[in-house]
Design a protein around this ligand. Structure first.
Ligand SMILES: Nc1ncnc2c1ncn2[C@@H]1O[C@H](COP(=O)(O)OP(=O)(O)OP(=O)(O)O)[C@@H](O)[C@H]1O
Length: 284
C-alpha cells in the first residue's frame, strides 16, 4: 500500500530506488512463518555506551533475514546477542528480552554452550582451526559432547555436503583446513557450524573477505541452507541483501532498528526517508 510519503515522491525518485538495488524474489516468497527469534525492547550497552536501543524484532523460521546499516550502528552487536557471544565481552550488558522459541536466552538457566549448538555462527574472515578438514568439521560435534552418539564419518560428510564442499575435498579430509582457498575455508567454517545440526545460522559479513566468484558460491549456498535453517546475515553489501534475503532489517546510527520488512519493500518502497537515503547511497 502506498504511504503518504510515497505519494509525495516523484516518479524519478521512485525509479532511482528501484534501479539502484532491485530485490530479487527468493523462491521463499511467503515470509509469514513463525518467528524463531523474538526480541522485546532489547538494549545493549558496552560500559555506559548504548549500542542497541529498544530493538523489537521477530525473525522468521527457515528464511534469510539480512541486517544492514552503516558502520557502527550495532549490526554485529545484534547478531552476537542472539547466541550470547557477547557474554565474552566483560563490559557488555543486555537489557530486555531475546526469545528463542519463546524462551529468553538471557535467563539464568540457559546454558550458552547448548544455545550455540542450536544457534551457530560464521564470521567475516574464514577462521578454520589449524587442524585437518575432518577435524574442523568434527570439532563442533566433539565440543558438544556428541562424538559418541553419532557416526562421526557420516556426520562430517553430511556437513561437508551441506556446505557444498564435499565434492572438492572428499579425497583430502586429512589435509589441513588452512591449505584450502579462502572461499573453501569459509564453506569449511559453514560445515563446522552446521555439523551439530543447529536451527539458526548467524553470519557476520561472510563474503566480505572473498573474491566475487567465491562470494557468489556462498550466496548460492545460503539460498540452499534456508531450506533447512533460519539464516540471519549481516552484510554491508546491499545488492547481496537484496539478492538473497526474504526480510531486511535496517539499523541506523544509535543502534535503532528503523525499519524491518519484506526485502522487496525495503528496497523498492521503504517507509522512512532515512532508510531510503541509506539504501540509495546518500549516506553510510
Ligand atoms: N567490544 C566492544 N567494546 C566496546 N564497544 C564496542 C565493542 N564492540 C562494538 N562496540 C561499539 O558498539 C557500537 C556498535 O558496534 P558494532 O560492531 O555492533 O556495529 P556494526 O554495525 O556491526 O559496525 P561495522 O559495520 O563497522 O562492523 C559501536 O559504537 C562500537 O564502537
Amino acid at each position: 500500500m502506498a504511504t503518504e510519503k510515497d505519494n509525495e515522491r516523484s516518479a524519478d525518485e521512485r525509479s532511482l530506488i528501484t534501479t539502484e538495488v532491485t530485490a530479487e524474489a527468493t523462491n521463499r516468497s511467503d515470509s509469514r512463518t513463525n518467528s524463531v527469534i523474538t526480541t522485546t525492547d532489547l538494549d545493549v550497552y558496552y560500559g555506559d555506551e548504548r549500542a542497541l536501543d529498544g530493538v523489537d524484532i521477530g525473525i522468521p523460521e527457515n528464511r534469510v533475514t539480512a541486517i544492514i546499516g552503516p558502520s557502527g550502528c550495532g549490526k554485529s552487536t545484534f547478531l552476537r546477542c542472539i547466541n550470547r557471544m557477547n557474554d565474552q565481552i566483560d563490559s557488555c550488558r543486555v537489557d530486555g528480552t531475546l526469545g528463542f522459541h519463546g524462551k529468553n536466552v538471557y535467563d539464568d538457566d540457559v546454558d550458552p554452550v547448548a544455545l550455540r549448538r542450536k544457534i551457530g555462527m560464521v564470521f567475516q574472515k574464514p577462521n578454520p582451526f589449524p587442524k585437518s578438514i575432518y577435524d574442523n568439521v568434527a570439532y563442533g560435534l566433539r565440543v558438544q559432547g556428541l562424538e559418541d552418539d553419532v557416526d562421526l564419518d557420516e556426520e562430517v560428510e553430511r556437513a561437508l555436503r551441506g556446505a557444498a564442499l564435499w565434492d572438492e575435498v572428499n579425497d583430502q579430509l586429512d589435509s589441513s583446513g588452512l591449505d584450502l582457498s579462502g572461499g573453501q575455508q569459509q564453506r569449511l567454517c559453514i560445515a563446522r557450524a552446521i555439523a551439530p545440526d543447529p536451527e539458526v545460522i548467524l553470519m557476520d559479513e561472510p563474503t566480505s573477505a572473498l573474491d566475487p566468484v567465491a562470494a557468489s558460491k556462498i550466496e548460492d549456498l545460503i539460498d540452499d541452507l534456508a531450506e533447512e535453517y533460519t539464516v540471519v546475515i549481516v552484510t554491508h553489501n546491499m545488492q547481496q541483501a537484496a539478492r538473497i534475503s526474504d526480510r531486511t532489517a535496517v539499523f541506523l546510527t544509535g543502534g535503532n532498528l528503523v525499519e524491518y520488512d519484506e526485502t522487496a519493500t525495503i528496497f523498492e518502497n521503504p517507509e522512512h526517508d532515512r532508510v531510503e537515503d541509506y539504501i540509495t547511497g546518500k549516506f553510510g
